[in-house]
Design a protein around this ligand. Structure first.
Ligand code: SAH
Length: 460
């Protein structure tokens, strides 16, 4: 270990910053955030320093650096643009045994500043020991993106509860389980994030009154159409917290790779030569797993509430009294639209969009006369086998034969394929693509010629 990570309490402690340019400004901001009593020594100051001085937040000392300035300080930062001055500051601090950070010169510093993820009071510091600052920054960005903002608030709430928890549970193991329950309480986290103090308070009281043994819950998560980058941050967090993930065919491998490694995975999709697991059985599996006290993530392609049977699954859970929540996903229509350069609405083309199931087989279920009206975009899910029917009905009801159509296969993935033509060609185009494919009908399809930007590996 080259450096020992420490968190310094700088509140009202005298610190010195030498230099007052842009880089120094960033350091000053950090020290001020930490509550330090800051003296800034430089020849010239940026206007921000002047503002801070006018607000009484910093003391400015204009002039050459003098080693005497280091006396009585807890921490010194050398941030001038002169290596010579920075070195002088560092040596003065070394002689006086005051910790010193030198900007861009970790070798002459006794302290280096980490990249930080601030969810105060929770702090995460990342450092490469000065070897690879860019790597540390990338790591910080990743951590930033997976750690929800409300964590800080949760930590703060926990701080306020420590005495009560200690008094309430005498058994240390029980206490630990209670804390785990608190930190895994998804709905409490949500109410904290929403600043809903009344609801948060109620959840906390429930936590105190409930027996400590775990209750399971189900989180319905939309996995998006394929590209893992389209997963929501919240969806990713849930996948990282899951005990078990119940998933089906539409969830892409790249999304599956993001599931917590130790989580159990249950596949409930259709495998070649086998039938789908019936919906009732899926409902049962969710129930069984939740009743075992597990945190179950039900992962579904696209958005769970758009042709995803999410509603049916939740109804079954509700009937059994199992807690649940829903994380939306990017539905295939949005994903395919974006990645094929076909906006679903456009002022010159379509004022509304319809998301339609191709599985509504019985006559009369779909209002074809309505669907054949212009100025709208039709998006058919699960429409491949019904393509001849869709073509015939729309033509019969007066949609012009030359209306452009697009079929997007495996939208948003590296294997995305898009075929386009006119409504009269829909049936034959449908034979050129495979499931999962989306059918888009409307004059917006013509915009693809101009707006296509996504070059997948295989294209027609
Ligand atoms: N809940 C999903 C839809 C499930 S229905 C969502 O919101 O996207 C299944 C249908 O969605 C497929 O038959 C296909 O029409 C469409 N679909 C899902 N993912 C797709 C993708 N990556 N590319 C094209 N179509 C897709």
């Amino acid at each position: 270990m080259d450096y020992l990570p420490l968190f310094c309490q700088l509140k009202n402690r005298a610190c010195l910053l030498v230099g007052a340019g842009d880089v120094a400004e960033r350091k000053a901001r950090l020290l001020l955030d930490a509550g330090a009593k800051l003296t800034v020594n430089a020849l010239t100051f940026t206007s921000q320093f002047q503002i801070w001085a006018d607000e009484g937040k910093v003391r400015l000392l204009k002039g050459e650096f003098s080693p005497l300035l280091v006396d009585e300080k807890w921490l010194v930062i050398a941030a001038t643009d002169s290596d010579v001055v920075n070195q002088e500051v560092s040596e003065a601090a070394e002689q006086r045994r005051v910790f010193c950070n030198v900007v861009d010169a970790p070798e002459s510093a006794s302290v280096i500043m980490p990249s930080i993820i601030d969810r105060s009071p929770l702090m995460i510091a990342v450092s490469s020991g000065g070897n690879a600052p860019v790597l540390a920054r990338l790591l910080r960005e990743r951590l930033e993106s997976i750690l929800p903002q409300h964590l800080g608030k949760l930590a703060q709430v926990a701080g306020g509860l420590r005495a009560r928890v200690k008094a309430h549970f005498t058994d240390a193991a029980e206490r630990r389980r209670w804390w785990e329950k608190l930190f895994n309480h998804h709905r409490l986290a949500q109410s904290l994030a929403n600043n809903d103090d009344a609801q948060s308070g109620q959840y906390l009281e429930e936590l105190f009154s409930e027996p400590v043994d775990k209750h399971g819950e189900v989180i319905l998560v939309g996995a998006g159409p394929g590209d893992a980058g389209l997963l929501t941050l919240k969806g990713l967090q849930q996948m990282q917290l899951a005990d078990v993930v119940v998933y089906d065919r539409l969830v892409s491998d790249s999304v599956m790779n993001l599931i917590r490694r130790d989580a159990e995975r249950i596949f409930v999709g259709k495998r070649a030569g086998h039938h789908c697991v019936p919906q009732e059985r899926i409902n049962e599996i969710l129930l069984e797993q939740a009743l075992m006290g597990k945190r179950v993530v039900r992962l579904k392609g696209g958005d769970p509430f758009i042709f995803g049977r999410g509603g049916e699954e939740l109804e079954a859970l509700k009937a059994a009294g199992i807690a649940f929540s829903v994380v939306p996903g990017i539905t295939a229509a949005s994903g395919c639209s974006a990645y094929s350069g076909i906006p679903l609405t456009h002022r010159d083309h379509a004022q509304s969009v319809r998301l339609i199931t191709g599985h509504a087989k019985q006559d009369g279920v779909l209002d074809w006369a309505c669907l054949a009206q212009g100025q709208q975009t039709l998006v058919f899910y699960m429409g491949l086998t019904q393509a001849p029917e869709i073509q015939r009905r729309l033509l019969e009801n007066g949609l012009p034969a030359e209306t452009p159509v697009a079929l997007v296969e495996n939208g948003t993935s590296q294997t995305q394929r898009v075929v386009t033509g006119s409504l009269t060609e829909l049936e034959s185009l449908a034979k050129q693509v495979q499931s999962p494919s989306l059918i888009i009908v409307g004059t917006v399809v013509s915009l693809r010629q101009k707006l296509n930007w996504f070059a997948s590996e295989t294209r027609l």
